[in-house]
Each structure stands twice: as C-alpha cells, then as structure tokens.
Design a protein. Structure first.
Length: 343
C-alpha cells in the first residue's frame, strides 16, 4: 500500500470515528389487531413481545421530536435509541396499542389524516381520543389530509398547480392538528411511503421533515426529507429479524446520486459515496426486492453504483444495502433506497 493510500485510509477511519451523533432507529406500525389485514397488522401479544425486548435489552425509547431534534443538532444520542410511530390513527391504536405502551411507559407518535377525522370516518380515532392520548404523552403529527399519493399529479395538472394543491394539503392538515391537539411538529409521514424529488423539495421549502417507510437506521447525516423507518408489522413483525434491525446503524454517506425515487428508469440504479472506515467494502451486499442480489460496481475507493440485474415490475420496490460493522460486533449498517417504477 502506498503512503498516499495509507493516509487516505487512516484519514477516512478517523473522520468516521469523529462523527458526533450515533445512529437511531424509528419503528413503524399500523394496526394492533388480529382481525384486520395481516400485511399491516401485529397482534397485541407480538407487540408486547417487541416492547418487552426493548425494555429487557436496555433500549432508550424516546419521543420522536427528541430524537430528530438531537440528530439535526449533530448531538450524540445514547446507543440503542428508538422511536415508535403509528400511521393512520386507527381505533385499535387507542384500544389495543396505547394501553400496552402505557404499561411500558414508552412514548410514541401517531401520524394522522385530519380530513378523514373531520369526515368522521369510523375506522380512525376522533379528535377526542387523540387529545386524550396526547395528554398522556403521545405526539400527534401529519400524514396528509386524506392519505393521497402526494407525488402524483392530476391529469392535465401543471407543476405549479400540483405544488399549490399539495402545499395546501400539508399546511391545512398541520393547522387542524394544531387547532385540535396543540401540537405543531413539522413532521410529514409520506402516505404509502412514496415520495419523489419534487415532493422532497416542497417538504424542505415548507420547513418539514419527510419520513418514509423504507427500512434503515438514521443519523445526523441522513437526508431529513426522506428519513427511513423499519416497518414492524405483518411479515416484518418477527422478533428474530426485528432484533437485527433494532441493532442496525446508519452508513456515513457523503452523496446519493439517482434520477428519482419515482422513475421510468428500469432497471433503476443509484450511486452511493461513503465516508469509509466503518465497514469493509468487500462485505457490502445489496438486494433488490423480489429479484435477489443487486449488481455492485465500485467506481472508486468510496463510491459504488448499485443496480438491478433485471427490470422491475411496475409499482413499489427497493434496494436494501447492508454491511457488518467493524466497530460494533453483531451490528450491521443498513441503507434502503425505495423505488416506484412507472411507465
């Protein structure tokens, strides 16, 4: 190894070790129920198992606002920090989930659709129940007015018209939450976990943090217009696989280059430039949902192009990239790139 390469290697390791904020994990749930669609549900018993594991293994379950504010400030979090979130404010969150969470004294966030609440949809909580949970410590935040695909334009709709409509959706929803609950946390959980470049730019412009449904840990370097969460319901509710995710860490990433998360490029690809030092590049593995192992092309010492070996089906897909941590035994770095393949 030349002196130049040795210097670069040492510098990269020291840089990685100097990063101030540790990784954290956000969990995403929908239903706590045994009678609703299994794909988005978890039983009360299994949900209790999840929380028991967190408690017994000394995880720090903190409010979402504390987690995000700390990371944005570049400050250190305790190791094994987790936030718990629910999407859609289903009644079973009040009937099943909340009493279990109260037993463990764990804080949590519920992302709500204010228009659906105002219309009195029977499957979601009303403002009275949400106020009751908020008084007990739950954080209530924005999931759009009525759970539309926010990135999609109406037929014949211009970019300007789309931007005005979505801006109104987000801000009016935020105002209703503030009026009814008093909370004004500018966090938007994207419906269906879908977002594109235009939506991310609008979310940033409005001063919001955008939160998806693609898996992975997060840190101070994460893109706060597309933060990951680990789904923990349905197929993903198995404790043995969830344990690996709870102990995962965020890669230190300098740059992501791709066309768009919602794309006609098929097969899609992304270029990732890492701050190296936390893992061996030979151990990086990326997988394409429904396909298998992705193609990796290291174009430099710190940059890899990840692509699917074949075209993907129309709709949602993702790349998941992991690598064992050098510093933390048994822990993996984890990054996910979500795709929506369109014609």
């Amino acid at each position: 190894m030349t002196f130049k390469k040795l210097f670069h290697c040492v510098f990269s390791i020291l840089f990685w070790l100097s990063l101030p904020a540790k990784s954290a994990v956000i969990l995403q749930y929908h239903h706590v129920s045994e009678t609703l669609p299994a794909v988005t549900s978890i039983s009360a018993n299994t949900f209790t198992e999840h929380l028991s594991y967190l408690q017994q293994h000394d995880f720090k379950v903190i409010p979402l606002n504390e987690l995000l504010t700390t990371l944005q400030a570049g400050q250190s979090l305790p190791d094994k920090t987790v936030a718990i979130t629910f999407d859609d404010a289903y009644n079973n969150n009040y009937e099943q989930a909340a009493p279990i969470l109260e037993k463990f004294n764990f804080p949590y966030t519920i992302f709500v659709n204010p228009k659906l609440i105002d219309e009195g949809k029977r499957y979601v909580m009303g403002w009275d129940k949400l106020r009751e949970l908020a008084k007990k410590g739950a954080l209530i935040s924005n999931h759009s007015a009525q759970h539309d695909y926010l990135h999609k334009k109406y037929e014949g709709e211009s970019d300007t018209q789309w931007q005005s409509r979505i801006k109104q959706d987000i801000l009016s929803s935020q105002q209703r939450i503030k009026e009814e609950i008093g909370h004004d946390y500018k966090y938007l959980a994207y419906p269906y976990g879908e977002f594109n470049n235009q939506l991310q730019a609008l979310v940033k412009e409005l001063g919001f943090i955008g939160i998806g449904q693609h898996s992975g840990a997060l840190n101070a370097e994460s893109d706060f217009s597309r933060l990951p969460r680990f789904p923990a319901s349905g197929f993903y509710s198995k404790l043995d696989t969830l344990i690996t995710k709870l102990n995962s860490r965020a890669f230190s990433i300098k740059e992501l280059v791709y066309t768009d998360s919602v794309t006609q490029q098929n097969p899609p690809q992304i270029s990732i430039t890492f701050n190296m030092g936390g893992f061996h590049k030979s151990q990086l593995a990326c997988y394409v949902s429904g396909v298998g192992q992705a193609k990796l092309d290291w174009t430099s010492d710190d940059t890899v192009t990840v692509s699917s070996p074949k075209k993907l089906s129309q709709g949602r897909s993702r790349f998941n990239c992991t690598a064992p941590s050098k510093q933390y035994k048994g822990s993996y770095y984890w990054f996910s790139q979500p795709w929506v393949i369109v014609k």
